[in-house]
Design a protein around this ligand. Structure first.
Ligand code: AHR
Length: 502
């Protein structure tokens, strides 16, 4: 089977905001406790943070991490996580039916961000709380000193403000499961007033208002229209979330779900344009896709805890999806979609980063390792920075039960900041090789400098603590750049990255 694509160095989609390779850490399950923080762990640093996890996160070069939730934030008192640890209260976390010890709060998280070399993206609670708690939190985090909250931060050991630029105005406020859930108009008004107060403190901060929790929500896409009509002038991004599942156990259906993702992004981009036109505004609002991943493997085993049958455990195993090779393909497809929609998607956060639906797994007191999905995320984050190229792709397609004309080869290409090109390609074909030929107009004298492939005979193969490298990339072979054309063979069900440079 053959597929062709044409690229031109001047035919671009957008400069990619590196924050599309962001991640998310919530006070949920073992993401924080025994994920990033485990004072008794053999690798723990003087702050109690696991050095083995820090090293894996550093390897990913994550540009931004959203914190502290998620559903958790909607009943969170940020003040519980500051001051001497022995004075911090234990609280019941209503979102996940667990106990929160508050051993980790904004100070500990900020120090960890410095250790891994990432920026913070902080969420304020607009569920059980509102404008007042939000403005105090922003003052605590960002004001140099000489005010009540900033001086309290200094007293708590942090002299300099953290200068956090990116703030989320609540989380999934359209969801009836959310503590303090609101309808679109109620939330839109609250978000607008909170945004105005935060902007009165510092007009340069970037604010993210909640869009839909997923595109199946009954209020979607009216939610986006109403919320933006209230907030358009005072926010910079609208957040979208989407999780992918193969409940049907049909790979062709599963791998066609990126069609749903594309439609979701395109629809919300259209709603943004609609509100912009309605308001006769010159300003642009973009999409922050700040929760995305595969999430379904652990659904059944979580029921006991989420139904409250186990009381209020501290940091139990929750949402611990063990990813397989099939999920590598899905994550590769999702990231390719974000690259191709980088003109409207400026932030995206894989949800989450450690233990909870995450590319990194840990054992309490034991090792940390890379799940299968670590790799497509790693390759894109490390080598997918630059300008997205518009590709004209011709490729045979299939019809899944839910979507038509799904191309067997999914391609994204980035003109990198150092004048190379990185190509990411996923084959959705179950049994046939595809010969891909890309005509790369305006890119002379390139050569293949790196070619990595993930392919596996077993779609269900996983990485575990005992077999950490069952699914891992290998050096690819046969990718050639000659006469301005890149040719590469795509084995059935495969993910590849090809890097070209002069
Ligand atoms: O990431 C897990 C949960 O998924 C988040 O807490 C919530 O925002 C979403 O529903």
């Amino acid at each position: 089977m053959k597929a062709t694509a044409t690229a031109h160095r001047d035919f671009t989609i957008s400069k990619i905001d590196k924050r599309i390779y962001g991640a998310f850490l919530e006070h949920l399950g073992r993401a924080i406790y025994s994920g990033i923080y485990e004072p008794d762990h053999p690798t723990a640093d003087s702050d109690g943070m696991r050095k083995d996890v820090i090293d894996l996160v550093k390897e990913l070069d994550v540009p931004v991490v959203r914190y502290p939730g998620g559903n958790f934030v909607s009943a969170y008192n940020w003040e519980d996580g500051i001051g001497p640890k022995e004075d911090r209260p234990v609280r019941l976390d209503l979102a996940w039916h667990t106990s929160e010890s508050n051993e980790v709060g904004v100070h500990e998280f900020a120090d960890w961000c410095t250790s891994v070399g990432t920026e913070m993206m902080l969420a304020v609670n607009l569920g059980s709380r509102g404008l007042d708690a939000a403005r105090n939190f922003v003052e605590y985090v960002n004001h140099p000193g000489g005010s009540y909250w900033s001086d309290l931060r200094r007293k708590n050991g942090r002299e300099e403000p953290w200068d956090v630029k990116l703030w989320c105005l609540g989380n999934e406020m359209d969801g009836p499961w959310q503590i303090g859930h609101k309808d679109a108009a109620e939330y839109g008004k609250l978000a607008a007033e909170t945004a105005k107060a935060i902007r009165a403190f510092d007009s340069s901060l970037e604010l993210v208002v909640c869009g839909s929790s997923h595109s199946g929500m009954p209020s979607y896409p009216d939610w986006e229209a109403t919320v933006l009509e209230h907030t358009y002038d005072v926010v910079d991004y609208i957040s979208l979330h989407m999780y992918f599942a193969n409940h049907e156990k049909k790979t062709d259906n599963y791998l066609s779900l990126t069609h749903k993702l594309e439609a979701y992004i395109d629809t919300v981009a259209g709603v943004i344009q609609f509100v912009k036109a309605k308001r006769r505004s010159k300003k642009d609002v973009y999409i922050s896709f700040d929760e995305w991943n595969v999430w379904y493997h652990s659904n059944q085993q979580d029921r006991e805890i989420l139904d409250g049958n186990n009381g209020w455990p501290h940091a139990p195993a929750l949402l611990e999806d063990i990813y397989n090779f099939e999920d590598v393909l899905q994550v590769g497809l999702i990231i390719n979609t974000f690259i191709r929609r980088s003109n409207v998607v400026k932030i995206a956060c894989i949800a989450q980063l450690v233990n909870v639906i995450a590319p990194i797994m840990t054992e309490r007191g034991g090792p940390a390792w890379r799940q299968t999905i670590y790799y497509p995320y790693y390759f894109a984050s490390r080598f997918g920075r630059g300008t997205a190229l518009e590709l004209a792709v011709r490729c045979p397609t299939y019809d899944s039960e839910h979507y038509s004309e799904v191309p067997y080869a999914d391609v994204a290409a980035v003109h990198t900041d150092d004048d190379g090109v990185t190509v990411f390609v996923v084959s959705r074909h179950p049994d046939t090789e595809i010969e891909l030929d890309i005509d790369m107009l305006g890119f002379d004298q390139l050569q293949v400098i790196d070619h990595q492939i993930l392919a596996h005979g077993d779609l269900q193969a996983t990485n575990t603590s005992e077999r950490q490298d069952a699914v891992a990339p290998k050096a690819g072979s046969g990718a050639k750049f000659a006469n301005g054309r890149l040719s590469v063979t795509l084995p059935a069900y495969s993910y590849q990255m090809i890097r070209l440079a002069r």
